[in-house]
Structures are given as structure tokens and as C-alpha cells.
Design a protein around this ligand. Structure first.
Ligand code: ATP
Ligand code: MG
Length: 230
């Protein structure tokens, strides 16, 4: 009954424009085998976030198709799509509620044990236990006493618990303090295992852990290779 995706992604002849007169993605063909970690880089305005939004079906292509396991995203049941493809955005936004609520946002059925296991997996458990009420600590809308790095770890725990076949990550540009940056890198490695991932990468350390690096320029992929090659 539950459809489980392998996480195989294909862009075929994808064209996209926000306004009729100005094509943003002129024509894009891209195969992402299941399990591959892609680092997407390129200058501001190159089209990285647009590509991520086409993959998460925030937008549909003007021409061509984006498929998951050979199925056009437009033909997937929205519930299956949301379960299979998860996007973690730069803001690593926290909702009002407890830390546990925030981790379980995509999995309201999750048990406290599952929530804590997800937090442990991405290295967020220790700091959460150090909060006044642990997992039951209320976070306000601005993140309260939770630092930027910790906020990011909470959003990683959320993604880990959701366990999507495809993870899209728009990496934070804000510089994190060094220990939390290292914690974030370790967490990232755990989070990327056994799934397809597209990371809009701003840090060299992230590019280095990718299987494949795509360089975008004006809506086109101008380089495609391993971190060592580029
Ligand atoms: P950055 O590194 O700054 O995040 P990016 O590579 O993610 O850049 P996109 O956000 O995909 O770039 O933008 C690609 C192009 O599309 C840019 O020229 C941008 O101005 C334009 N664009 C983005 N969003 C919209 C929108 N909602 N409406 C119209 N044009 C848009
Ligand atoms: Mg962007």
C-alpha cells in the first residue's frame, strides 16, 4: 500500500521560466542515480534554487519532465511525493512548540524513542538534553536560545526522522562557529547515507564529501564531475 521510492531522479528536456519573456532554465537533462550525493554550486542567480524547487515540485517545468523512479512528479500522489522528497531550507526554521514537536513535524506518528534516535543520529541529542526542559523545551518562533548551528541540527534530525528517498538541502551561508560547523559536517555525512541528495553547497567541506559536483551558470550545467576533477 505504501509506495517506497528508490530515489532515482531524471530531468528530461526541462525548461522553466518565471515570466514568459525570460527563460531561467533553457533546457536541462540530468540523471541522478539512486543514492548519489550531488553538490550544486554556481554564482548567485545561476538557477540552483530553481532546480531544487523543480525537484521538490514547488514549481512544474514549462517544458519537459522531472521523474522519480521513472514516474513524472505530476503523476505522483502528493502524499507519496512529500514522503519521498524532502527539502531542508537555509533558514532551518523552527515552529513554536517543543524541540520534540519540531523534530517530528513531518512524522506526527513518531514515538519519543524515534525522535531521540533521530537526534542522536545527527549529534543533536547532547545539546537538546542540556536545554532547560530537554526535548520538551519550548522554542519560540525565532529559535529562542538555540544557536544557528543547533537550529540546523534540529532540522537535520527532522529530515533524518522523515527518512526521504531524496533529500534536497539548501546549505546555510551564515558562518557557524567552528565546533558546530564540524558537528554539522558530521551530521551531514550521517544524513546523506543511503539516500539521494542534492545539496546547494556553500562550503568547500560539503563539496568534498559529494560524489558528484554540478556547476550551474545561467540555468545550464556547465561542469559535471567528481570533487577531485573540478
Ligand atoms: P543564489 O545563489 O543567490 O541563491 P540561485 O542559483 O539559487 O542563486 P535562483 O534563485 O534559482 O538562483 O534564481 C535564478 C534566476 O531566477 C535569477 O535570475 C532570479 O532573479 C530569478 N528568479 C528567482 N526566483 C524568481 C521568482 N520567484 N520570480 C521571478 N524570477 C525569479
Ligand atoms: Mg538560491
Amino acid at each position: 500500500d505504501l509506495w517506497t521510492s528508490r530515489g532515482e531522479v531524471r530531468f528530461s528536456g526541462v525548461e522553466f521560466s518565471y515570466t514568459p519573456d525570460r527563460p531561467i532554465i533553457p533546457r536541462l537533462d540530468l540523471d541522478i542515480p539512486a543514492g548519489q550525493t550531488i553538490a550544486l554550486v554556481g554564482s548567485t542567480g545561476a538557477g540552483k534554487s530553481t532546480l531544487a524547487k523543480l525537484l521538490s515540485r514547488f514549481y512544474d517545468p514549462t517544458e519537459g519532465s522531472v521523474t522519480l523512479d521513472g514516474v513524472d512528479l505530476r503523476d505522483l500522489h502528493p502524499k507519496d511525493l512529500r514522503r519521498a522528497i524532502v527539502m531542508v531550507t537555509q533558514e532551518a526554521y523552527l515552529f513554536s512548540g517543543t524541540v520534540a514537536d519540531n523534530i517530528a513535524i513531518g512524522r506526527p506518528d513518531a514515538t519519543p524513542e524515534e525522535i531521540e534516535a533521530a537526534a542522536r543520529a545527527v549529534g543533536a541529542d547532547a545539546f537538546i538534553r542540556g536545554l532547560p526542559d530537554g526535548y520538551d523545551t519550548d522554542v519560540n518562533k525565532r529559535g529562542g536560545r538555540v544557536s544557528a548551528g543547533q537550529r540546523q541540527l534540529i532540522s537535520f534530525a527532522r529530515a533524518f526522522l522523515a527518512d526521504p528517498a531524496v533529500l534536497i538541502l539548501d546549505e546555510a551561508t551564515a558562518s557557524l562557529d567552528i565546533p558546530s560547523e564540524r558537528a554539522v559536517q558530521d551530521a551531514l555525512q550521517t544524513l546523506l547515507a543511503d539516500r539521494t541528495a542534492v545539496i546547494i553547497a556553500h562550503r568547500l567541506s560539503t563539496v568534498a564529501i559529494a560524489d558528484r559536483v554540478l556547476v550551474m551558470d545561467r540555468g545550464r550545467i556547465v561542469e559535471d564531475g567528481t570533487p577531485a576533477e573540478l
